[in-house]
Design a protein around this ligand. Sequence first.
Ligand code: SF4
Length: 318
Amino acid sequence: MRPPLVRPSKLSDSKDGNGKALSSGWAANFAIGCTHGCPFCYVNSIVRRVYSKRYRFLTEYKWGDYLLLPRNIEDLISLTPWNRLKGEEVLMSSMHDPYLPQLVEITNRILDRGLREGVRFCIQTRSTLVLRSFKLLEKYNSQVRLQISIATLEENLFRLIEPRVPSPMKRLKILEKAKNKGIKTGVIIAPILPPVPQREDLENDLRSIFENLANIGVDQVFGEMLHPRGTNLKLLEEVIGEKISISDLIKLDKKIGKLFETLLKKFNLTGRWWYEHWNDRNRAFNKPKRGTKRHVVFSQKMRPRLFRPTHLIYSSLR
Ligand code: SF4
């Protein structure tokens, strides 16, 4: 992989972002794949589109069973022009969980370097291993927001759709600890699935998530429906044992969005439901805002390129 480690991202509500306030227009992704292997995840479809020629062997692996790391991670960290990112907020990460067991040490090194240079980070994880960064996060708490993702509190459903991550209650505990250390906290409630046999009442589930978030005093709450992309719908249907109707998803987006907004008010929380834009093939996509040029931080020489030599460190969990 060529430097810089931090690259432009649309996951932002600044200028040319797509309205998802997760960064000021930057993301740090330093692995290909995610061993959490959540069946609803659509990153696999992006990996296949972007890297299918370069890493043909990936087609032999199921989502969750591969993880590629750049060999030159130290160079990547040291050659990233952190000083030019001072004051910017970087999403860590958008293409993998930064707190996979295999990534914790690297994540800490990146945070340490960036935070010392005045860079801000929005950390997004489903893992409790973020606890291993808490000393650092506490020290630089004005530069950090820690966000976790939760799809449901229903145990039967969680075990199927997030099989390799700690329970949602354990993830919420992390936020409690973060609050006590003065770290800004957030939650993305996602993906919201349409009614499935493993969840008796979707609206009740959402309400109890909000109750928990209000008790903790979470600073921000975002939410969105399931995005059907690549093979994620098929993988989900396999674990749930039922067909998922895309027309249900489209209808529910508005209905759950309204409920979400009502719950935000009721529990006195701040946040936003990310309504989807559906195209004529019933695919959800995030419509970017138009018209403004993004600011340039990196020189032409430092423009993003594809990953260079990597090694397969994790071929299969089974
Ligand atoms: S933890 Fe995030 S990136 Fe990893 S598989 Fe689950 S949804 Fe995808």
